[in-house]
Design a protein around this ligand. Structure first.
Ligand SMILES: [Zn+2]
Length: 247
């Protein structure tokens, strides 16, 4: 981050952002809760609901175990897939969908879209949606920008492709935390705080890794199991499409 990212973001800011200082633009583009650049789905005022979302897969080493875990708890989740990983594991993508989970577009290979030229942004999103639609035979509606980075060019490309951006409101560094208990503990604090404020939780965990298609994800999966057991009796687990009408 720093001067370079500020320039990259400013280059994409239109009339609505012209009055903001560079710092304001960085905030608006990178802060998950920000709605400055247009409609994005986070979580509605339904404190009884949780959405488990998994990013950066599919991961041939860990996604199959995650599917077993979710089936054991009868939970449907949302998977934001990288096009490049999906292209390499189409059968796994079909298994995710066949199990009743929702899939979304997480770009082709996870660039920071706040710093990516406009033409490449469009290509990343379109290529991924086309790949997922070819594999599953179903249209792709949801898109999570890598790193949460948004700017008008990203949202415009998403709109042109009929994609709705989806952010989050409960995340911790699960990809680098070896303790499942600590991951689950931090997320539980956030989920409970959101509920006290009357808000559903849109929870991010990672079953994949954008730098490593077979990234080690045991702690993230175990954390998902802890959350599933902890909230199963008191909350409803939903996929993010359940919330689109609340936008
Ligand atoms: Zn990601």
């Amino acid at each position: 981050m720093g001067a370079l990212s500020s320039l990259g973001l400013l280059a994409g800011v239109g009339v609505a952002g012209a009055g903001l200082a560079a710092g304001g633009c960085v905030y608006a583009a990178l802060w998950p809760g920000s709605r400055f650049f247009g409609a994005a789905l986070v979580a509605p005022p339904r404190p009884g609901e949780l959405a488990l979302t998994f990013d950066d897969g599919p991961n041939p080493a860990w996604t199959p175990r995650l599917l077993e875990l979710l089936a054991a708890h009868d939970i449907r989740a949302t998977f934001f897939l990288l096009g490049s990983h999906a292209h390499a594991a189409p059968d796994l993508v079909r298994r995710i969908v066949a199990a009743g989970h929702l899939i979304g577009n997480h770009s082709w290979d996870h660039p920071n879209l706040a710093l990516t030229p406009r033409a490449r942004i469009h290509q990343e999103l379109r290529h991924t949606s086309e790949c997922l639609e070819q594999i599953t035979g179903r249209p792709v509606r949801y898109f999570r920008p890598p790193f949460g980075a948004r700017r008008p060019a990203v949202l415009q490309a998403a709109r042109e492709l009929g994609l709705l951006p989806v952010l989050w409101n409960a995340m911790t560094s699960d990809w680098s935390e070896p303790s499942a208990r600590r991951i689950a503990g931090r997320l539980t604090e956030k989920i409970d705080r959101l509920a006290r404020r009357g808000r559903a939780a849109n929870i991010v965990l990672h079953d994949g890794g954008h730098l490593d298609r077979g990234a080690y994800r045991a702690p993230s999966l175990s954390a998902a199991a802890i959350l599933a057991a902890h909230y199963q009796a008191t909350r409803r687990f939903v996929t993010v499409d359940a919330w689109e009408s609340n936008l």
